[in-house]
Ligand binder design. Sequence first.
Ligand SMILES: [Zn+2]
Length: 181
Amino acid sequence: MNCLEAQSKIMAFIENKLPDDELREFIKHVRSCKNCYEELDIYYTLIVGMKQLDESDNISTDFKNALDRHLDEEMNRLTTVKRIANSTIMVVIVLVVSGLIWLYSGVLDKVYNYEQTSKLSEQSEYYYQDFFGSRLLNDEEYDVSDIDKYYIEINTTQDETTDFMKRVHKYNLSHKGMNSL
Ligand SMILES: [Zn+2]
């Protein structure tokens, strides 16, 4: 903010009409620019003094002190607002990052499981492990007759139609008379 801009905002400052971002720049400028500070001091004394006359308050004699306090208070308020905004942003960032980490680790788990499963399924043991289990890898537990048991088990468990046909067959056998129909 240059001097021209700062001086054009003096009235707005005194009437508390500056938006926060302009207010911050304004205070920074008048704090570092002697000319603008003096200009502000004159207006401030005039306007606040007249206002106090108007409201027949006790007229404060130390306007400069009042102006400094006003400037400090506003700057503190701005800093607090900024700090709150920053910490809100930090909280949001932390939440987003931890959410991403959580998602990412979930994805990693999935990828890992998928890799493991696909690695296993490339090995023929995978298909038979439910039945054979450790016998596949251990010669001493392995028994050739296991293969027969395996096929019997496979064929007896799942097929509903076979079961149904078997029951019909059984029924027919126990009711011999029905065979002729
Ligand atoms: Zn200036």
